[in-house]
Design a protein around this ligand. Structure first.
Ligand code: HOZ
Length: 434
């Protein structure tokens, strides 16, 4: 007699979930509202694949929205996590492993002298903002339309991704007084940033940017734009904050800042924010800067920031093991080649099917749009063909390929994706678009 439970369907789980969890999900985009239909409830994952509750296998191009750069269940990472778990889940006290992880991160990101570990990208961005305000003694912050920096109140204005999906560019529950110091400018718009600094340069604490925005699909900040941001911040005593939660250790070993540094000699942001890959799938994020800025933080300075789970021993084990793998020679070359192959395959399929599609990628991160030219701003992203994306998403899902369920999201390739996975994806795209 079999003791196996019958497999619940995704639809039954979704119905059950909606009774006890708002919208049936713990993070809005997962609800498939943008694309319609039933979210897949994931039962397990291995390598480049995820398996839903019904046992269906999908090639996974979400990778938990970025962290799973090695694919799921990488043996070295799994081993590190299991060993750490045996030694204890959480101590609320310092550990050697936190120091080791901080050292590993700093070695790869020379713009920072010190780093503080936290538990989520939201927490890291929120803390970076407080640090920037505390360090400069100023209140105003500049962010860009379509960039998402987590859901801290002051940053939840025209924040792309999840908010765009639901048609509320700015969240309810954020009082106007809380965002009165947040200036929202157009991404890649030099004129607007010049004007903002001319008029308010003395009160701007920081400019925060996703250098390659992954929350309006995949849109790069141009090199002249980043160069000018750097100059303006330096001239006016404001801090430049690079939100590399998505791009950090993902587009290159040194993050997006290392790419801009090759085009802009000497380029460095003042504060950097990381998440996702540094936790390897566990809740872990970080923010860091030069020593003088970081020493404003408690217990050394007046800017308070704390967390019971910060530097958690299991999460740091996972992050360290992940960083060890991605530092191996040739890792990023191979990952970048896979991502380029994937994108080239998608674009070739679209061309063959006579469907306008454009795309871009860097390292293990990519994006594609149903449009004739690559968008450079949020409004251009919004003008791309959403209905076509939604149809494509479902047609690919039906063929076992799992892209993010909204056109505002970047996609992610892992080191576990095989040449065959990429070929199968391109072939599915051709069928889906015909
Ligand atoms: N922050 C993600 C959207 N860009 C969603 C994360 C999730 O649902 O897990």
């Amino acid at each position: 007699m079999s003791t196996d439970r019958p497999k619940p369907s995704n639809a039954a789980l979704f119905e059950r979930a909606q009774k006890v969890i708002p919208g049936g999900v713990n993070s809005p985009v997962r609800a498939f509202r943008a694309v319609g239909g039933t979210p897949r409830f994931i039962a397990r994952a291995q390598g480049p694949y995820i398996f839903d509750a019904e046992g269906t296998r999908y090639i996974d191009y979400i990778g938990s929205w970025g962290p799973m750069i090695l694919g799921h269940g990488h043996p070295a990472v799994l081993d590190a996590v299991l060993k750490a778990a045996v030694d204890g889940f959480s101590f609320g006290a310092p550990t050697e492993r936190e120091v080791e992880l901080a050292e590993a991160i700093l070695e790869l990101v020379p713009s920072m002298d010190q780093v503080r570990l936290v538990s989520s990208g939201t927490e890291a961005a929120m803390s970076a903002l407080r640090l920037a305000r505390g360090a400069t003694g100023r209140s105003k912050i500049v962010k860009f339309e379509g960039c998402y920096h987590g859901h801290a109140d002051a940053l939840l204005v025209k924040a792309g991704s999840g908010l765009a999906t639901f048609g509320h560019p700015t969240s309810a529950g954020v009082p106007p007084e809380v965002v009165q110091h947040t200036l929202v400018l157009e991404f890649n718009n030099l004129e607007q940033i010049e004007t903002a600094f001319r008029l308010q340069g003395d009160s701007i604490a920081c400019v925060v940017i996703e250098p390659i925005a992954g929350n309006m699909n995949f849109v790069r900040a141009s090199v002249p734009f980043i160069k000018r941001l750097r100059e303006l911040c330096s001239q006016h005593g404001a801090l430049l904050v690079f939100d590399e939660v998505m791009t950090g250790f993902r587009v290159a070993l040194g993050g997006a800042q290392s790419l801009y540094a090759t085009a802009i000699p000497g380029f460095e942001p003042d504060i950097s924010v990381f998440g996702k890959v540094i936790g390897g799938g566990m809740p872990l994020a970080a923010f860091g800067a030069k020593r003088a800025v970081m020493q404003q933080l408690a217990p050394l300075g007046p800017v308070y920031q704390a967390g019971t789970l910060s530097g958690n021993p299991v999460a740091t084990a996972c992050g360290l093991a992940t960083l060890r793998e991605i530092r191996k020679p040739g890792f990023f070359d191979a990952l970048s080649a896979s991502t380029r192959t994937l994108l080239a395959g998608l674009l070739a399929s679209a061309r063959e099917a006579g469907v306008p599609m454009v795309g871009d990628c860097e390292g293990g991160m990519f994006g594609f749009f149903f449009a004739g030219t690559l968008p450079t701003t949020y409004s251009e992203v919004m003008a791309t063909d959403k209905e076509r994306f939604n149809r494509f998403f479902h047609a690919m899902l039906a063929r076992g390929v799992y892209f993010a369920p909204a056109m505002y999201e970047a996609g992610f390739v892992s080191a576990a994706h095989t040449a065959d996975d990429l070929r199968v994806t391109a072939a599915a795209a051709l069928q889906a678009l015909r």
